[in-house]
Design a protein. Structure first.
Ligand code: 16G
Length: 189
């Protein structure tokens, strides 16, 4: 998706033995990428063709704006972690860019090994390398302590607002199952 030269050992820092940190590539469709993402949220039906098309759309942005970084377990050749850095190009801040961290997920059985912190470190370092003026993310309340430990803080005075256009779906705390949110009573709107 982007040059692996960007992920030098200086940038990644120490990577635990048995794992590699690298850019997502097209072959990752067969290395559990979508199943990994399904531990974050609903993935839906994404065929190989859909995957390749979306991959190319991201990889062909100029300047490159999508950096999907994955962790592969070398013994199984399966992906155990993924996170995306997105650059947003601006007129403000001297025609600068901001960065967003998106879709961070570590496979259930690999949690607790500081792989999430590793991905966070890599993405923040990449963002600094690109000279963004800020980096931000949205996360569940339960993950705020994790991100605070990893350099983020609440942006006091600013809020994250949303309108959702997918179905009334909420992700259960275990992330694996879906449940339909109760219908909002129209009379209360
Ligand atoms: C979390 C993710 C966000 C992802 C969303 C999916 C991080 C830091 N945040 O907020 O990137 O897109 O979950 O949930 O990884 P959704 O399907 O409800 O939008």
């Amino acid at each position: 998706m982007f040059s692996s030269a960007l992920l030098s050992s200086t940038l990644t820092g120490d990577v635990p033995e048995g794992f590699v940190v690298r850019p997502l590539n097209i072959g990752d469709y067969d290395k559990g990428f979508l199943s990994l993402l399904s531990q974050l949220t609903r993935v839906g039906d994404v065929t190989r063709e859909n995957f390749v098309t979306r991959f190319r759309t991201m990889a062909d942005t100029r300047p490159t704006s999508y950096y999907v970084v994955v962790i592969e377990e070398t013994s199984t050749h399966q992906l155990v972690g993924s996170a995306t850095l997105v650059l947003e190009w601006k007129f403000i801040h001297a025609a600068g860019a901001r960065a967003r961290i998106e879709d961070v997920v570590i496979r259930h059985d690999m949690r607790g090994r500081k792989l999430g912190a590793l991905l966070n470190r890599v993405l923040v370092s990449l963002a600094k390398l690109f000279g963004v003026y800020k980096i931000s993310l949205e996360c569940k309340d339960s993950l705020i302590p994790f991100y605070e430990l990893n350099g983020f803080k609440k942006d006091e005075g600013n809020n994250f607002l949303v309108q959702r256009f997918d179905k009334d779906i909420t992700i259960s705390p275990t992330n694996d199952t879906l449940e339909t949110a109760p219908e909002v009573e129209q009379s209360k709107i």
